[in-house]
Design a binder for this molecule. Structure first.
Ligand SMILES: Nc1ncnc2c1ncn2[C@@H]1O[C@H](COP(=O)(O)OP(=O)(O)OP(=O)(O)O)[C@@H](O)[C@H]1O
Ligand SMILES: [Mg+2]
Length: 368
């Protein structure tokens, strides 16, 4: 069994300007170097250990159990969800549950159909092929994959020009596990060839607490219930972020106190790192504060808001806004960015009377 999984996360980190180009942020969901180094040790190894995602776990358990009972190779599985929710982890669990070896590669690593043919033709029967960032594969490779998934066959092209011939090559049955943060970018013919698609959701705070207790045990960190709860609430529904905050709080606990993570220690540590009770960091708060204090809650155009914050437009739009929108603190409207009542409450500010009276608050917000 190959648990050495530095490959796919390396390429994920290298994603330029992806939807969350924020690897250096403490609350960024893309893996940074330190994450990659410790994540292998923190990955649950079977479905029973995998916390949360009850629907996905139940469905996947059925798919894998049935395949095992039939003595067959499991159907192809697509894992879709935001960075850090456990796609790579699940792919390894699938292989472990099937007692099969796993081969790891990623869309960006497959630039030519020939690259894919080489991998496919060297698979063993029943092997799991994990294709991370499958939406970033090249077109010709994608088309080769269609046939491989459906008929376990590829056409290898020999020669060039008019004399080129396609030699069909039989493949042993294998399970493709594709992972994507952008399921919408997958062409429908590819999506349709997966027998099962798992949509990974953000985690509940209570689930993240369990992730944290488990990680604390593995890292030999002592944390009490309230300490784990404090970190979980600031982890943006994402196990990777929870594990990262745990490491920073551990540092603080070790240097400033007796190493035990209590809620007070967690609060103090995360205040130092400027991660607030809801998981907003300095940038998120700067965006909200400008929107509220300089523009009375909006609407204001993205470019104007970005200038006010002193950041690039793309940074505000791709790094800060998605989480603010998800949290219901900011809305993107055709007239510009608008703060919701929750934003005023979160920053302890009172909305101006006019915005409450004329309805550019709650009701005017989404009614366009
Ligand atoms: N359900 C879970 N239970 C416990 N730990 C988890 C779970 N999901 C993820 N983790 C932890 O979070 C870390 C990140 O998970 P993983 O690398 O699988 O995310 P990913 O979805 O593949 O992210 P990316 O899109 O960046 O590749 C893992 O090291 C693992 O320790
Ligand atoms: Mg991954």
């Amino acid at each position: 069994m190959n648990w050495d999984d530095t490959g796919p996360d390396d390429s994920a980190t290298a994603t330029p300007g992806g939807p969350d180009a924020s690897a250096e942020r403490l609350v960024g969901s893309v893996a940074d170097g330190e994450d990659t180094a410790v994540e292998a040790a923190l990955r649950p190894k079977d479905l029973g250990e995998f916390v949360g995602q009850p629907k996905v776990r139940e469905q996947l358990d059925l798919v894998l159990r049935a395949a095992r009972q039939r003595g067959a190779t499991a159907d192809h599985v697509l894992l879709s969800g935001a960075p850090g929710l456990g796609k790579t982890t699940l792919s390894m669990i699938i292989a472990a549950e099937m007692g099969a070896p796993i081969r790891i590669t990623s869309g960006p690593a497959i630039q030519h159909a020939g690259d894919l043919a080489a991998i496919l033709s060297s698979l063993q029967e029943g092997e799991v092929l994990f294709l991370d960032e499958i939406h970033r594969m090249s077109r010709p490779a994608e088309e080769m994959l269609y046939m491989a998934m459906e008929d376990f066959r590829v056409d290898v092209i020999v020669g060039k020009g008019p004399g080129a011939t396609a030699i069909p090559l039989e493949l042993p049955p294998f399970t493709l596990v594709g992972a994507t943060t952008r399921a919408g970018l997958l062409p429908p013919p590819l999506r349709d060839r997966f027998g099962f698609t798992a949509h990974m959701e953000f985690y509940e705070a209570e689930e993240l607490e369990r992730v944290l207790h488990r990680s604390a045990r593995l890292l030999d960190v002592s944390t009490d219930e309230a300490g784990a709860r404090e970190i979980a609430g600031r982890s943006r529904g994402t196990p990777r972020i929870a594990n990262r905050l745990l490491r920073r709080v551990r540092d603080y606990a070790q240097v400033k106190s007796d190493g035990v993570i209590t809620s007070e220690i967690a609060r103090q540590a995360l205040a130092v790192y400027e991660v607030d009770e809801r998981g907003l960091d300095r940038l998120d708060r700067a965006v909200l504060e400008s929107l509220l204090k300089l523009f009375n809650g909006g609407p204001v155009g993205l470019s104007t808001l970005a200038v006010a914050v002193g950041e690039e437009r793309e940074t505000v739009e791709e790094v800060a806004e998605p989480f603010l929108v998800r949290e219901g603190l900011l809305a993107r409207t055709p007239r510009g960015r608008v703060a919701t009542p929750a934003a005023w409450a979160h920053l302890n500010l009172t909305p101006p009377a006019s915005s409450r009276a004329n309805g550019s608050g709650q009701t005017g917000l989404f009614g366009m």
